[in-house]
Design a protein around this ligand. Structure first.
Ligand code: NAD
Length: 395
C-alpha cells in the first residue's frame, strides 16, 4: 500500500496508555487492588472508541493490540472515531454484584483523565455489559454534576441507550452475508448456513438470517451443537436454550461436536463464538465456500492462507462484525443531541453504512487483487493515514 514510513512509525505505537490500580472494598471488609488499563491507539479521525474487558487474561499488550484493531474497524465503516480499548484483570464471575459495582465505579474514576464524550467513549466487551456501562455513566455524571449519557455506549435504553443496539452486531453480520451472496450471484433461499456460538451475536445472526430466507443447518454453543440439513428453526433453538441453558440434545436435529460443526456440509460458515477456531488443523476440511467472521479473530493466519489457496471467501471480522460499533456511534450521536431515533431508523442507517463499507472493501480487494482481510486493513489504515497527513504532525 506504499504507506509513508513516517506515518507507519506513528501508527505502530498507541498514542497513550494508562495503567491504574483499582482498590476495591470486598463484601468481607478486606481491600483488593485490581490492575486496570485504558489505551488510546489513535485519535486522528475523532475521539477514541472501544470496549472495556473484565477477564483474568487481560494484559497491557492485549489492550494495546485491541485498541489498534478498533482504529482500523472504525475507519473501515468510516465513522468518525479513533480506536481505544480498556480492561481490568479480574474474573467478574467471582465478584458479588456490589463488589463489581464498587470496582467499576473506582475504575471509572481512575479513567477520568482519559474518558469523556469528546475524548474517549467506552463500551461493553468480554465480561462487561449494559449495567457496567450504566455505573460508569453514573460515576462520570456525578463528577460533572449533570447526566452525561454520551460518555459510554451500550447503555440500557432507560438511560439513553439506542434502539436496535442489542441486535446490531448480528444485523451487521446479516447485511454482510446477504451482500456476499449477492456479489457471488447465489440465491439467499438456497444458502445453507452454519453458525458457531449462540450468544448475543450468534443467536441474533441465526434469527435474522432465518428471517431473510437462509436455511440454518447447524448451530452450536460451548457445549456442542445440532445439525439438520432440512433446516433448524430459531424459536425451537431459543426455547431449548432457555429451558436447559444449552442447545445440546435439541430434538430438531442430530447432535454434533463443535469440531464437527465447523466441518459440516454448508455454503456459509459463521464463527460467532471465540477466537482461533479455524486453524491449520481444520482449514482443509471446511466445506463452506464463504466464511463470515462474526467473532473477533476466529481464523488463524495459517488457516487464512489455506482458505486463500482453496478459493474460500473470508469476510473479515473488522468488516463483518462492525455493526455493533456502528450502532454505538448512533447511540453517541443520539445522546449528544438528546434526540432519539426509532428502531427502523437505526436499522436503515446501519444498513446504509454496512453496505457502503462492504462495497468499499470489495472494490479495494478487486482493484489490488488481495483478499478481503488485506483490503479492509488497507482501507482502514489509509483512511487513518490520510487524516493524520491532513492534520499534520504537532508541533
Ligand atoms: P456471548 O458470550 O454472548 O456468546 C458466545 C457464544 O459462544 C455462547 O453461545 C457460548 O456458549 C459460545 N462459545 C463460547 N466458547 C465456545 C467454544 N469454545 N466453542 C464453541 N462455542 C463457544 O458473546 P458475543 O457477544 O455473542 O460475542 C461473540 C463473538 O463476537 C466474540 O468474538 C466477540 O468479540 C465478537 N463480537 C461481539 C460483538 C457484540 O456486540 N456482542 C461485537 C463485535 C464482535
Amino acid at each position: 500500500m506504499d504507506l509513508d514510513p513516517n506515518i507507519l512509525e506513528v501508527l505502530r505505537s498507541p498514542r497513550r496508555a494508562l495503567e491504574v490500580s483499582v482498590p476495591t472494598r470486598m463484601d468481607d471488609g478486606t481491600v483488593r487492588v485490581f490492575q486496570g488499563y485504558r489505551v488510546h491507539h489513535n485519535t486522528s479521525r475523532g475521539p477514541s472508541k472501544g470496549g472495556i474487558r473484565y477477564h483474568p487474561a487481560v494484559s497491557m499488550d492485549e489492550v494495546k493490540a485491541l485498541a489498534m484493531w478498533m482504529t482500523w474497524k472504525c475507519a473501515v465503516v468510516n465513522i468518525p472515531y479513533g480506536g481505544a480499548k480498556g480492561g481490568v484483570i479480574v474474573d467478574p464471575g467471582e465478584l458479588s454484584v456490589e463488589e463489581l459495582q464498587r470496582m467499576t465505579r473506582r475504575f471509572a474514576y481512575e479513567l477520568l483523565p482519559l474518558i469523556g464524550p469528546e475524548k474517549d467513549i467506552p463500551a461493553p466487551d468480554l465480561g462487561t455489559n449494559a449495567q457496567v456501562m450504566a455505573w460508569i455513566m453514573d460515576t462520570y455524571s456525578t463528577r460533572e454534576g449533570y447526566s452525561v449519557p454520551s460518555v459510554v455506549t451500550g447503555k440500557p435504553v432507560a438511560i439513553g441507550g439506542s434502539a436496535g443496539r442489542v441486535l446490531a452486531t448480528a444485523r451487521g453480520v446479516m447485511y454482510t452475508t446477504l451482500a456476499t451472496l449477492k456479489h457471488l450471484g447465489r440465491s439467499v433461499e438456497e444458502a445453507r448456513v452454519v453458525v458457531q456460538g449462540f450468544g448475543n451475536v450468534g443467536a441474533g445472526t441465526v434469527e435474522l438470517l432465518h428471517e431473510a430466507g437462509c436455511r440454518i443447518v447447524g448451530v452450536s454453543d460451548v457445549r456442542g451443537g445440532v445439525y439438520n440439513p432440512d433446516g433448524l428453526t430459531p424459536q425451537g433453538l431459543k426455547d431449548r436454550e432457555a429451558d436447559t441453558g444449552s442447545l445440546v440434545g435439541f430434538e430438531g436435529g442430530e447432535s454434533v461436536t463443535n469440531e464437527e460443526l465447523l466441518e459440516l456440509d454448508c455454503d456459509v460458515l459463521i464463527p460467532a463464538a471465540i477466537e482461533g477456531q479455524l486453524t491449520a488443523v481444520n482449514a482443509d476440511r471446511i466445506k463452506a465456500s464463504v466464511i463470515v467472521e462474526a467473532a473477533n479473530g476466529p481464523t488463524t493466519p495459517e488457516a487464512d492462507e489455506i482458505f486463500q489457496d482453496r478459493g474460500v471467501l473470508v469476510v473479515p471480522d473488522i468488516l463483518a462484525n462492525s455493526g455493533g460499533v456502528t450502532v454505538s456511534y448512533f447511540e453517541w450521536v443520539q445522546a449528544l443531541q438528546a434526540f432519539y431515533w426509532t428502531e427502523d431508523e437505526v436499522n436503515e442507517r446501519l444498513r446504509t453504512i454496512m453496505e457502503r463499507a462492504y462495497v468499499d472493501v470489495l472494490a479495494e480487494s478487486e482493484q489490488r487483487k488481495v483478499p478481503m482481510r488485506t483490503a479492509a486493513t488497507i482501507l482502514g489504515v489509509n483512511r487513518v493515514a490520510e487524516a493524520h497527513r491532513t492534520r499534520g504532525l504537532y508541533p
